[in-house]
Design a binder for this molecule. Structure first.
Ligand SMILES: NC(=O)c1ccc[n+]([C@@H]2O[C@H](COP(=O)([O-])OP(=O)(O)OC[C@H]3O[C@@H](n4cnc5c(N)ncnc54)[C@H](O)[C@@H]3O)[C@@H](O)[C@H]2O)c1
Length: 258
């Protein structure tokens, strides 16, 4: 018997923070459904799950039809969706000058619209079950940002407004909605960011150590740390938490960097 025994949990993202959360819920007794659009991530996630009750599907979260089919299928088969965690996203680089509409729409579609779509299709199942919890993974870049992350930072900041709007409306149905805003956390996405910094032949470990040094705690975070916060926000212990964003950033946004 774990903390989430009997619960049905839906997670987008099949690597990094999403996979970490999915494994955490499965170890705590939940029946977990994760998805991603990268077959290599999905295969690695299935390997990591082993015998745990974690099913990984290939879904493009920016495609309304695919999201509806995936979540409605889970809800109908299980009779409920108790917790929804949105972690699927891409990080891209571009300024107002260099971001074209195709780039913009892709990032907003994957990082923001998908969070709405999954919520929209999970909502009736949560409501019918008497309540639920939604956690959206945002970013410190929704609060303050690096250079040249126009579309990404916009998507992450908008999640904070989405959480407030959803939380206010959903409280009557006993559905709580929160977000977490991580600083740097060791995942494939962070490794991609490190590769962008050091180039094809550079040492990404050096770049990741450099990211860590920028955080007052002196290191990057782990998916075990983000999973613990996500699980807390989905649990009954967080019964009075809704409409909030929770920084998990090693103090990064507490400083002013000079
Ligand atoms: N790692 C960090 O330092 C960091 C910091 C702040 C915020 N975040 C946020 O955490 C979340 C998880 O990121 P991560 O670091 O675990 O990275 P990640 O790349 O490991 O995970 C993102 C996942 O999203 C999936 N994905 C991308 N596009 C998709 C699509 N169209 N359909 C379905 N799945 C898709 C990828 O396959 C991948 O599994 C993201 O929302 C990211 O913005 C990460």
């Amino acid at each position: 018997m774990g903390e989430f025994s009997g619960k049905t949990v839906v997670v987008t993202g099949s690597s990094g923070i999403g996979l970490g959360a999915a494994l955490h819920f499965a170890r705590e007794g939940a029946t977990v459904f994760a998805c991603g659009n990268d077959p290599a991530h999905n295969a690695a996630a299935r390997d990591a799950a082993g015998e745990l009750p974690l099913t990984v599907a290939e879904v493009d979260v920016s495609d309304e039809t695919q999201v509806e089919k995936w979540i409605t299928g889970i809800g109908n088969a299980r009779g409920s969706v108790d917790c929804l965690v949105n972690a699927a996203a891409i990080q891209t680089y571009g300024t107002t000058e260099t971001t074209d509409i195709e780039h913009w729409n892709r990032v907003i579609g994957i990082n923001l619209t998908s969070y709405f779509l999954t919520s929209h299709f999970a909502y009736p199942f949560m409501k019918a079950a008497g309540g639920g919890a939604i956690v959206h993974v945002s970013s410190v870049q929704g609060h303050a940002n690096q250079n040249a992350v126009l579309a990404y930072a916009t998507s992450k900041g908008a999640i904070h407004a989405m959480v407030r709007a959803q939380a206010v409306d959903a409280a009557k149905d006993n559905i709580r909605v929160n977000s977490i805003s991580p600083g740097s956390v060791r995942t494939p996405l962070l490794e991609f960011a490190a590769r962008t910094v050091v180039g094809e032949t550079g040492d990404i470990e050096e770049a990741i150590a450099g990211f860590g040094a920028a955080h007052p705690i002196g290191r990057v975070g782990t998916v075990e740390e983000t999973s613990a916060l996500i699980a807390f926000l989905c649990s009954d212990k967080a019964g009075f938490c809704t409409g909030g964003d929770y920084l998990i950033d090693g103090g990064l946004t507490a400083g002013i960097g000079v």
